[in-house]
Design a binder for this molecule. Sequence first.
Ligand code: R1P
Length: 274
Amino acid sequence: MNRETMEQAAKYLQTKYKQTPKIGLILGSGLGVLADEIENPVKIPYNEIPNFPVSTVEGHAGQLVFGTLMGTEVVAMQGRFHFYEGYGLDKVTFPVRVMKEIGVETLIVTNAAGGINESFEPGDLMILSDHINNMGQNPLIGPNDPKLGVRFPDMTQAYDRELREIAKNVAAELSIPVREGVYVANTGPTYETPAEIRALRTLGGDAVGMSTVPEVIVARHANLKVLGLSCISNMAAGILDQPLSHDEVIETTEKVKANFLNLVKNIVENITKT
Ligand code: R1P
């Protein structure tokens, strides 16, 4: 995807919404309800936006929602794109490029993830401290456009330290328990085997999913500040004696909805204050 395709999408969006969103949100499986909290929303279906892919996964509505959240201009992706849907990582991460183009400075990326860390429980919320890219792919492979970012981006602090502190302080003030840990991205669409989960635990992973990492790589390339939040929707394979299903993922996110909404809204408010 070249710069022109991003500019076309950005220009189209700017004709539909005149304000500049400062914070972009990517809402994971079952977490799209957050977009319903946006005030004076302007909803733009993905299929109307030039060069945008479309969402194909249950729990991902497929529209951008512009408006204000706690008084801050935001844009939320109600539904994201995954590599396993058959999109190349350039398509998967295209919305992040477009967010940058329309003025977004901070990206809050959320997901539903399986708990690898055995001290976690389904329903826990986790602040991402770091990630492991286990997809065997990188969205920056190919010619680098220096106008978009550097050839070799530093990933030492992919998840902004200050934003993580804000998230932890907000959670403490609201008495919402949060974990902190390392997210591992696999391609999916199969869930992992118990042996793979043991291996990922040895590698240092605390939670596993099939998204987020490509988006964060592109966001860092574009010099956006990133905060990552996982909803631990289930324990990963082999920890409990039960099969995994996407229905369980959606059910758990439904249960933690109130805490998730409260946490993210107050984080947004606090980011704006700083
Ligand atoms: C599997 O149940 C789906 O839930 C997670 C996985 O990545 C996969 O798409 O979705 P999000 O990462 O989009 O939240």
